[in-house]
Design a protein around this ligand. Sequence first.
Ligand code: CMX
Length: 138
Amino acid sequence: MKPVKALNHIGIAVQSIDEHKSFYESTLGAEFEGVEEVPDQKVRVAFFRVNDVRLELLEPTDPSSSVAKFLDKRGEGLHHLAFTVDDIEARIEELKNGGLRMIDEVPRPGAHQTRIAFLHPKSSCGVLTELCEPKEAH
Ligand code: CMX
């Protein structure tokens, strides 16, 4: 596959953004960038920035959300790594042609008007991995 461009963000599943916001903002001193709802994924997300690294807290908005399921099974913690790509459709095809298992074979809408697609963790060393195409890249 054409190389990914950057680590876009690290996703962390939480029961409540409000409960954990002060840890990232006040204790660690990360820059709070805002909260956004991603209806397609049934989550509310909060972004924090530490230099070039962005952290995304994910809070489920519905019990059927995959994040709610994750919290039930595993509790709060690291959920996924997201990598910036361009031409996400081409990257999905390359991964599929390489025999990797995609959760999303068609891009879905993500936060900040990105388009996203997940690889199954069984195809990526047990780490849920997201391809993320920023709006300006297409
Ligand atoms: N990281 C690593 N492994 C994970 C995982 C995660 N976040 N979530 C589930 N798994 C593992 C499970 O432990 C399980 O492994 P075992 O079979 O060894 O027990 C395996 O994946 C299948 O899990 P499951 O519970 O049977 O399947 P689920 O129905 O929970 O689905 C997954 C898992 C990854 C397919 C589903 O969560 C999914 O489609 N995720 C992509 C969408 C998503 O996570 N959206 C939220 C973020 C949105 C955003 O950033 O905007």
